[in-house]
Design a protein around this ligand. Structure first.
Ligand code: C2E
Ligand code: MG
Ligand code: MG
Length: 591
């Protein structure tokens, strides 16, 4: 501080960063006018340079300078308010940014209001105690100058804040991806990521929560979930939203248990006290302490774990480990050679018979894909999930349909009696608005009656998918194709799925079939009985999958489930072997 300047005897009490208040503890304002004038311009010059410092704003310095200026100009109080809209202004609400207050009762002596583009308006008001001498003309000029300087500073800062908010926060106020990346870059640069736990998660079925409670309450539930997790991960962690119901974060690995527990499932209460269970699919990556993981590597690992978590059926919390790298390599190899393999005809259908357990008749077949590659037969679980990641699965499904139609045309031309063949169609198709037309075009090209083609879909995972599935399934049904729900019971079966879509067939998953050791009254048998009875009452055909034993066949018969598919009768067969079954057309049924 320049010599001759009064010692600052004011103690500022900072509230937040922009707001300041003072407690008057004494003053050392010079009495001589020339000194005062000199001091004012020194203070003012310092104030302007502090407010425009490109190296960063020292809020405390600005506060102290303003305090000194206000005291010097004999003000008792100065207040700046910004209003985001005219309603706020009318109600006298708004945000108070700069506030100097001696606590003495004063009257307003001057106010200035400005309208800017980033806030509707801002007002600055200054007060003096009534027994104070009125401001001289010169003082008034100074007060005016300082008020306008403060207003311009506030608007400029506001603009900076608005730009910052737009760049680093999304529309609901969550830190966004850019925010996250800059945070992570800094952590990586400062070598603070070792041993930390990074994760990415998605709120499961959040669209259902939105649908049940409405969007505004859905937003509140999401925010509550976010804030609670933020509290769990604490100060040395970070959490951001990637968009929609997708989030990413990092925290100390000491919090692993708490974070995993929370993300597995937690109960959030609405303001009215209704409990909502929120669960997530989450991929975790524990950053090793012995290597300098770079941002992209960390991001890649979290995303890999997350993808596995998302596709992993019931296992929704996945930790990244090195085996992921091998899997990734394998996936890349499959993706690279898929197109060529498809063209070379390496993907072929095997046919698994469906058998009527009442009369032993061959009732239909399911085409299941096999990949003949490098002298080996590769089963679907090795390549279908990989192809589903990129939607290449759609090309495979159309290829399979084409192969099946070609076989059926040949069987018809050979004078064989045709039976219904089902083909699995991935859920990836359901966004295709021309799916029905494309399927019909292929089937018609081979002159196969539509009712002999059955398209199997697995259950959808979200309400959004459900609407698309309904549209597609209804379209197919109206075009004469059969449609089946595959693997019923292991996904997220909902009664709406059955009620609102005109299915022809429901395929009950093998988990409902009793084990050898089960008695007749176990939960599985009870559920099986009710699923079959419900299916029949709704007029749908019911097929039990995974029928492996005589006992299974008997359970089907006892519960009036007519059609069986499973190893007891046949495994999926190469076409020539299946043709032999087609010729015979009948199976022995245990009595
Ligand atoms: P899915 O559609 O539910 O097919 C039934 C699966 O159960 C087949 O496995 C079949 O071999 C197996 N299975 C049949 N009977 C029994 C049994 O008695 N016991 C047991 N434990 N399993 C039995 P696969 O052929 O390995 O196919 C697996 C899954 O891959 C299929 O399940 C289907 O979801 C998918 N998939 C197969 N081919 C295609 C295709 O061309 N396109 C699409 N999108 N998915 C396909
Ligand atoms: Mg199937
Ligand atoms: Mg199935």
């Amino acid at each position: 501080m320049k010599s001759g300047m009064p010692e600052n005897k004011i103690t500022p009490r900072s509230v937040g960063t922009d707001v300041f208040k003072t407690e008057l503890t004494g003053s050392a304002i010079p009495h001589d006018e020339a000194d005062k004038d000199y001091l004012f311009y020194i203070l003012y010059t310092r104030l302007v340079s502090a407010m425009t410092d490109t190296n960063g704003i020292d809020v405390e310095l600005i506060e102290n300078l303003l305090i000194e200026i206000c005291l010097m100009l004999r003000l008792s109080k100065a207040e700046t308010r910004v209003f985001k809209n005219s309603q706020e202004e009318q109600q006298g609400a708004g945000e108070t940014l700069c506030c100097f207050d001696t606590g003495k009762e004063g009257r307003e002596i001057k106010s200035i209001r400005v309208v800017t583009s980033v806030m509707t308006s801002a007002t600055i008001m200054v007060y003096m105690v009534p027994d104070e001498e009125p401001l001289t003309e010169d003082e008034e000029r100074k007060v005016d100058l300082v008020m306008r300087t403060v207003l311009s500073f506030v608007s400029r800062n506001r603009l900076k804040n608005v730009i910052y908010e737009l760049a680093y926060f999304d529309e609901l106020g969550y830190p966004n991806l850019r925010n996250w990346r800059e945070y992570l870059d800094e952590e990586v640069k400062e070598k603070r990521t070792a041993n930390k736990l990074a994760f990415r998660y998605n709120l499961r079925h959040f669209s259902l929560i939105n649908q049940r409670f409405g969007r505004p309450l859905g937003d509140m539930i999401m925010k509550d979930h976010f804030d609670t997790l933020k509290e769990i991960i604490g100060e040395d962690g970070y959490l951001a939203r990637l968009g929609g119901d997708n989030f990413i974060g990092i925290c100390s690995s000491t919090k692993t248990g708490a974070v995993v527990d929370f993300l597995t499932e937690t109960e959030i209460r609405t303001p009215k006290g209704v409990a909502v269970n929120v669960s997530t699919s989450a991929g975790f990556f524990r950053i090793p302490d012995d290597h300098d993981a770079q941002t992209d590597e960390i991001m890649g690992s979290i995303i890999n774990a997350y993808r596995v978590a998302q596709n992993g059926g019931m296992d929704n919390i996945i930790f990244y480990d090195d085996s992921f790298k091998d899997k990734k390599l394998k996936s890349m190899k499959i993706q690279q050679c898929f197109s060529e393999a498809l063209e070379k005809g390496e993907f072929r259908p095997f046919y698994q018979p469906k058998v009527n357990v009442e009369n032993g008749k061959l009732a239909g077949a399911e085409a299941l894909c096999r990949w003949f590659h490098g002298g080996k037969v590769i089963p679907p679980f090795e390549f279908i999930p990989v192809l589903e990641q990129t939607s290449e699965i759609c090309r495979l499904d159309f290829h399979m349909l084409e192969c099946v139609c070609r076989d059926m045309r040949r069987w018809a031309d050979e004078g064989r009696e045709l039976i219904t063949v089902s083909i699995n169609f991935s859920r990836k198709h359901i966004l295709n608005t021309y799916l029905t037309e494309t399927i019909a075009e292929i089937v018609d090209r081979y002159r196969i009656p539509h009712e002999l083609i059955d398209i199997e879909f697995t259950e959808s995972t979200s309400e959004v998918e459900f609407e698309d599935l309904k549209r597609i399934a209804t379209g197919l049904r109206n075009t004469g194709f059969d449609i089946s729900i595959d693997d019923f019971g292991i996904g997220y079966s909902s009664l709406n799925l059955i009620k609102d879509i005109p299915w022809t067939t429901l395929k009950v998953d093998k988990i409902f079939l009793p084990e050898e050791s089960d008695g007749g009254s176990d939960v599985r048998s009870i559920m099986f009985r009710h699923v079959v009875s419900m299916t029949r009452q709704l007029g749908l055909e019911c097929i039990a999958e995974g029928v492996e034993t005589v006992q299974h066949v008997n359970v089907l018969k006892a519960n009036n489930c007519e059609i069986a598919q499973g190893y007891y009768f046949d495994r999926p067969l190469p076409v020539e072997e299946f043709e032999a079954r087609l010729a015979k057309g009948i199976y022995d049924i245990p009595q």
